[in-house]
Design a protein around this ligand. Structure first.
Ligand code: ZN
Length: 245
């Protein structure tokens, strides 16, 4: 079985389309989404509608999905993120708002692996360092979990009690899963990468081959930027897409 793993799409339609085109060429059976479909980008409805057509699909909600659908207010967000949340709230169709509102709270145990937006211990927390991953491995009995939220494409591996962390840099990287190890894997962000590589990031888990293929995909960044500027969203949200920060 091959699972397409998508995270942090952030209303970036150009990036989402490019990722789905690339993934369809490689092939996949089911889709998992790690949250933050909206926020920052200019096309929240279009991205939600594209994603909703992916079947079968398993998804958990992100902090931006919660804020945009009214589950939380955006008080804890920094100014630019809050402005984008308010902009998104005004534009979501009723149906798409209800879809976001109804997304599952993470983590979700899908049997072969877990999915979460932030940490599997707390959907709003970040896994940034080996210590964060160690805490998760020690409290939860999981062999493999996918998470997002940080927008850094990365693999945390627990082997013999020690956690190693690797940032995934290449445009086409294969991670071979070792049954003696446990893993926390971030497929990176589609709509707003922050690891200095502006290409959209995603992954495909192959449970038969026991591999995770991590891909970086070029997309029409200028097109996404133009829509953000035209929408009247904060200009920094356009600028950062080209930098990958
Ligand atoms: Zn995000």
């Amino acid at each position: 079985m091959r699972y397409l793993v998508l995270s942090d799409l952030h209303a970036n339609l150009e990036a989402t389309r490019a990722v789905l085109d690339d993934a369809r060429r490689l092939g996949f059976d089911e889709t998992v989404i790690l949250g933050d479909l909206v926020g920052y980008g200019a096309e929240p409805n279009e991205v939600i509608e594209l994603v909703r057509r992916l079947e079968p699909m398993h998804a958990v909600r992100g902090n931006h999905d919660k804020a945009a659908s009214g589950i939380t207010n955006a008080e804890t967000f920094h100014d630019v993120a809050r402005e984008a949340v308010m902009w998104t709230r005004e534009r979501l169709t009723g149906e798409n708002r209800r879809f976001l509102h109804g997304l599952t709270e993470g983590p979700a145990d899908l049997g072969k692996f877990w999915i979460a937006h932030g940490s599997p211990l707390d959907e709003e927390e970040y896994i940034l360092q080996a210590a964060d991953a160690h805490e998760t491995f020690s409290q939860l009995d999981l062999a493999l979990a996918f998470f997002g939220h940080t927008h850094f494409t990365s693999v945390f591996r627990l082997e013999g009690g020690a956690v190693s962390m690797a940032l995934v840099r290449g445009d086409d990287e294969l991670v071979r899963l070792d049954r003696k190890c446990r893993y926390l894997v971030n497929p990176g962000s589609i709509g707003q990468p922050r690891d200095c590589n502006p290409k959209a990031s995603y992954a495909i888990l192959d449970t038969r081959r026991e591999t995770i293929r991590v891909r970086r995909v070029a997309y029409d960044i200028a097109g996404a930027q133009a829509k953000i500027r035209k929408a009247g969203l904060p200009p920094v949200l356009a600028y950062r897409l080209a930098q990958g920060v």
